[in-house]
Write a protein that binds this ligand. Sequence first.
Ligand code: DGY
Length: 322
Amino acid sequence: MATILVSSPLAGDAVQGLRQRGHEVVQGEPAEGLGHDGLIAELERHPGTEAMICLLTDRIDEQVLAAGRSLRAVANCAVGIDNLDLQALRARGVVATNTPGVLTDATADLAFALILDACRNVTLGDRVVRAGQWRGWAPTLLLGPRVSGSVLGIVGFGRIGQAVARRARGFGMRVLYSSPRRASPELERELGASFVSLDELIGSSEILTLHCPLTPATRGLLSRERMLSMRKGAVVVNTARGACVDEAALVELLRSGHLAAAGLDVYDREPHVSDALKSLPNVVLAPHLGSADRPTRERMAQMCIDSVLAVLEGRTPEHVVT
Ligand code: DGY
């Protein structure tokens, strides 16, 4: 029977499935996972560890793999895989997997929550009410950009980008998207989405939402220059990865009023969020909650368990990324 390292407690009780099959589960206690160094320490303590379930915040690099010489499987409890050194994994013959598909709707829901909140000041209004600063209905109180009928720009048109487009139809929005691959004419018609170049998308959108993976090509994609080319009063929403956006420039342009608002779920150096960002009233800050509805997180955990079991039992897991 195998030893399996799980970086943190997972949602639901899928981990029991490993124990029921007689495997030894070594589980990290911190809710946020053991992290790079914590994983190394556990792998050194349990040198025979054959499989690992890690979080998107656990950097899996050559150092971790060197500590886990017996590793055969790494299941990343996320769809994003920017925390995995795929080359190092491949070089060591370790099968790595992720959890696509199950978190599509949850992440699109959260993107829409941020679109609505950033535009319509829900969180800011909540703060005003709780602080006892609300003096009554006023024609000019907390006015924000309009959501219904506005131009929504979607960067990245994979499963999540498409799910956002589907929701945008209900708000009567004009949907533009940019993606390395153009969707089929049928899908474009179904979603009422028009394909444009990235620069056109950025220049035309009233609300711009990011749904691309973090890769060398998308790191810093929303640069200062690009944000300057956005329409005055536009809104930026990011549920993808923080490093896709130049955070300092975003702060500058939110402060100057060039951008009206932002809704962020992801940051460049999580869980660090800059004081500059925190000081702005026109930004909604969520703590990376994209996939955080209970059934989704339970399904992500189950997918990781299934992947690990597949490798241990000599089968090919469903979502291999190496
Ligand atoms: C992912 O799975 O990559 C998401 O960021 C989790 O919320």
